[in-house]
Ligand binder design. Structure first.
Ligand SMILES: CC(C)(COP(=O)(O)OP(=O)(O)OC[C@H]1O[C@@H](n2cnc3c(N)ncnc32)[C@H](O)[C@@H]1OP(=O)(O)O)[C@@H](O)C(=O)NCCC(=O)NCCS
Length: 232
């Protein structure tokens, strides 16, 4: 299990990070990978209700990598935390497969309740440097969160969200009548997906942009007065 985790994680780093020259380099010097190793240990203790040990390993991982992952957080396969410093992943956060995030990302809470208060991130989501995703909502598959965005409500699959508070944007490529493509630092793994999968991803992106346009024309009903947003 641990071997498979390492093998597929290292491969994901090498496929997505042009700076990664060898698997050994990733294994030795990529804090995002180290943080996930510490988290696996911490999470195993947490699941056995050895909470203090879980906390201890999580704290050690944070001390060594600058990446804070609560031991209870649920993390899917091949998560890449690029650069890593300053990332915070909260207790009830859930992360799907093939998610790519940069430094200073927060998956945080906005209430003091003990239940679900952190976001659920779908598969293939990109989260730009410094983005904050705050609250117990879902970020749909293939969504892209711009650097420094502050996301406060659910994100539809494939949407691109930017700004504070984050809002959906149409990609320049789509506006220019081109199919949205796959850019370094913006979407997963150009050149790794097979052509059929890439076409499907493009269609999904187009669909989500249409959804964004519709939601702009027909905004959702006003939200109920919410709990105070007070850290977490
Ligand atoms: C959000 C992101 C994925 C969008 O990429 P894209 O789909 O190619 O989008 P475009 O470049 O076509 O931009 C669409 C619009 O969003 C705006 N925009 C893009 N990123 C933005 C951001 N982070 N904050 C605010 N606005 C942003 C663009 O200015 C453009 O606005 P316009 O409609 O006024 O022209 C990308 O800009 C991004 O932030 N990626 C993360 C990169 C990162 O964190 N790198 C760290 C490397 S260490």
């Amino acid at each position: 299990m641990a071997f498979m985790f390492l093998r597929e994680s290292i491969r994901a780093y090498r496929e997505n990070d042009p700076a990664a020259r060898s698997g050994l380099e990733v294994l030795l010097f990529y804090p995002g990978l180290h943080a996930l190793l510490w988290h696996r240990i911490a999470h195993a203790f947490w699941r056995r209700r050895l909470f203090l040990l879980g906390r201890g390993f999580s704290h050690l991982g944070r001390f060594l990598t600058g990446i804070e992952i609560h031991p209870a957080a649920q993390i899917g396969r091949r998560l890449i935390i690029d650069h890593g410093m300053g990332v915070v992943i909260g207790e009830t956060a859930e992360i799907g497969d093939d998610v790519y995030m940069y430094h200073q990302v927060t998956l945080g809470g906005t209430s003091l309740s003990h239940g679900k208060r952190h976001p659920t991130i779908g598969n293939n989501v990109i989260i730009g440097a410094g983005a904050k995703i705050l609250g117990p909502f879902t970020v749909g598959d293939n969504a892209r969160i711009g650097s420094n965005a502050v996301v406060l409500e659910a994100v539809p699959p494939g949407a691109t969200m930017v700004g504070i508070p984050a809002r959906p944007v149409e990609r320049r490529a789509a506006r220019a009548g081109r199919r949205p493509g796959f850019d370094a630092y913006g979407t997963p793994a150009e050149g790794v997906l097979d052509p059929l999968l890439r076409d499907i991803e493009s269609l999904r992106a187009e669909l989500s942009e249409l959804e964004c346009r519709v939601s702009r024309v027909m905004p959702p009903a006003p939200a109920r007065p919410d709990d105070a947003r007070v850290g977490g």
